[in-house]
Design a protein around this ligand. Structure first.
Ligand SMILES: [Zn+2]
Ligand SMILES: [Zn+2]
Length: 63
């Protein structure tokens, strides 16, 4: 059986709007699980659940 491959989408960090900040590692973008969705807790306004990126399931935070 093959392992299920997790896909990621690259999206603009909502916290800094692409300028680069602490939460996106100064890249301005974040990788989130495909399909990219805004964080359901804050609706993209950035909160602790999305690691302040505004996106649902950012890579490497809650895996
Ligand atoms: Zn950022
Ligand atoms: Zn959030």
């Amino acid at each position: 059986m093959e392992e299920e491959e997790v896909q990621y989408d690259v999206v603009t960090c909502r916290h800094c709007d692409g300028a680069g900040c602490l939460y996106c590692g100064k890249k301005g973008t974040v990788e989130v699980r495909h399909p990219a969705r805004l964080c359901p807790k804050c609706n993209g306004e950035c909160c602790i659940y999305c690691g302040y990126t505004g996106w649902d399931k950012p890579r490497g935070k809650y895996e």
